[in-house]
Design a protein around this ligand. Structure first.
Ligand code: MF3
Ligand code: CO
Ligand code: CO
Length: 273
């Protein structure tokens, strides 16, 4: 395996790795396991289940497949997943609190399989949820997919970010600017940094071999976020609902490969309905 670097640096000044076919093969397997984990957990999401229980189920599933959850021990984080309910934007910590009818939640998993990281998250609905919440979830998925559709050699990360922001604002939702997508491969959070907003034609010019996540967070209210005293949980300052989806993608010779596509076709909720 040879890891090359682009001549370009990202917005943080770091060189952007260019991955070879062997890396793409590894990412395909890791990404598939992330997607299988998110497929598997769908049937367990219901009123009365705790997010700690969902975390345990995801951890067991990833380990049974021979993977290690990347988040355990990452900067002191102790869980196999992040589970972000309602006004939690991202990095929600699994707890014994029970899900209730009407909740919306994001489950984010990052299995490491044979050294490769697959990073993906989806939204789940608990029973019947409000029309507004459904619209937020649906728009967040659309925003992510519109961003992914911009991924091809010659386009820029600014094109990706701008498109995501455009879809969010068109539906009168706000885009969280405090968290971003990231390169990954055999490292969890690598270059390039992927902003979910921006100007067309700016930023890193995409080249075949770049691998990164796209993981926009949309809020029903204002974009402002604060971190709770636990040091992880990010919530909307105005306590409005928030939603997030995440795929890991690679730039190919003529477009994009999504490593974390659902084998079951569970793209957006309700799943299997
Ligand atoms: N999976 C998250 C991401 O998309 C990272 C979670 S880091 C943790 O980048 F420590 F909070 F788990
Ligand atoms: Co990520
Ligand atoms: Co993630």
């Amino acid at each position: 395996m040879t890891l090359r670097y682009s001549a370009q640096v990202d917005v943080t000044g770091r060189p952007v790795p260019l991955h070879d076919e062997e890396a793409f093969a590894g990412m395909r397997r890791a990404g598939r396991l992330a997607a299988e984990t998110l497929d598997f957990i769908a049937s367990a999401v219901r009123p009365g289940v705790s997010t700690a229980e969902l975390d345990r189920l995801c951890e067991d599933f990833m380990r049974a497949a021979g993977a290690t959850p990347a988040t355990i021990g990452y900067k002191g984080y102790r869980h196999a997943t992040c589970i972000s309910v309602n006004h939690v934007v991202t990095h929600g910590i699994p707890s014994e609190k029970l899900l209730a009818e009407g909740d919306i939640l994001n489950i984010d998993v990052t299995p490491i399989l044979d050294g490769w990281y697959g990073d993906s998250s989806r939204m789940y609905l608990v029973g019947e949820v409000s029309v507004k919440a459904q619209r937020l979830v649906h728009t967040t998925y659309d925003a992510m997919m519109a961003g992914i559709a911009q991924v091809r050699p010659g386009n820029t990360l600014g094109d990706v970010g701008h498109t995501i922001e455009h879809v969010a604002l068109r539906e009168r939702f706000s885009i969280v600017e405090d968290f971003c997508g990231h390169g990954l491969g055999q490292v969890f959070h690598d270059a390039p940094q992927v902003l979910h907003y921006g100007e067309p034609g700016t930023g890193v010019v995409l080249e075949p071999g770049m691998i990164f996540t796209i993981e926009p967070m949309l809020n029903a209210g204002k974009a402002g976020v604060k971190i709770l005293a636990d040091g992880w949980t990010a919530v909307t300052r105005d306590r409005s609902l928030s939603a997030q989806f995440e795929h890991t993608v690679g730039v190919t010779e003529d477009g994009v490969e999504i490593f974390t596509q659902s084998p079951k076709g569970y793209t957006e909720p309700p799943y299997g309905a």
